[in-house]
Write a protein that binds this ligand. Sequence first.
Ligand SMILES: C[S@@+](CC[C@H](N)C(=O)[O-])C[C@H]1O[C@@H](n2cnc3c(N)ncnc32)[C@H](O)[C@@H]1O
Length: 266
Amino acid sequence: MADPFQNVDAAGEEFISAFADSMDERQSDPTMEKIVSKYLGRLEFSEDSLTVEVGCGAGAVTRRIAEKAHPGRVIGFEPSVGFVNEAKARVGKYDNVEFVVADGASLPLDDGAVDILVLHTVLTHVKDPEPLLTEARRVLKSGGYLVVCDADFSKASLGNMPNDPLDACAKVFVSEFVTDPHAVAKLQGLATNAGFSVQDLSFQSRSVLDNDQMLPWVEETGKVLMKRGEIGEALHNGLVAEYRRRAKEGTLYGYQVFATLIARCP
Ligand SMILES: C[S@@+](CC[C@H](N)C(=O)[O-])C[C@H]1O[C@@H](n2cnc3c(N)ncnc32)[C@H](O)[C@@H]1O
């Protein structure tokens, strides 16, 4: 199966609604809040600056950007009509943000119109990141900032023993829901080749020990395996129950690494 994030609308309404919730939950995790507020704190916003998030999904990160950029304008671009509708429904109090359907390789913006462009957990979901970075370079002003934040999915795990069945779920999740688990390893080269000057590349680990933050890694994987007829409902329910048991008893161990690259246009 191809990573559904390559074409979210084709994945259907149930996927859109489940992952809109899941991305909101992920962003509310204290480590994720720390990661986003740290990179937003490194940027320079002004009241006439334009900040865009490319691949904004249902707007979980766009809303954090809107808070920081206010009264500056923010646009969330997203190829999925379903996610854009979710983003508009979830926008709440923010009056400085709009959401527009667009692919990151073809943004409806003039050359040099943008001060800050953010790609948050997008490049791991595209087959070829180069056109998105070339487009970022086109729309950013001289001196403008590019921020790329993504998970190193090649290192993600959900195991606390050898051959852990929950870790097997995590590995299947990465193979089914991520396009390039190693995208983070290529970030510096990609940004440099697109003409950016890399200012910083930092890493932050994230652990999931006692909550449902990585439950979709088990639930959604189970749905895929059941659909294929590879496992039955009893095993799926058992894996979900095992995740919940560990979370309750303090033996869950989910682990991820997030990278943040900050670069500037010459
Ligand atoms: C994991 S979601 C992240 C959403 C959001 N940035 C967040 O962190 O909440 C990945 C997003 O990348 C989007 N995406 C995939 N291919 C894209 C492309 N070519 N251009 C722009 N966005 C893309 C998907 O539609 C999806 O919304």
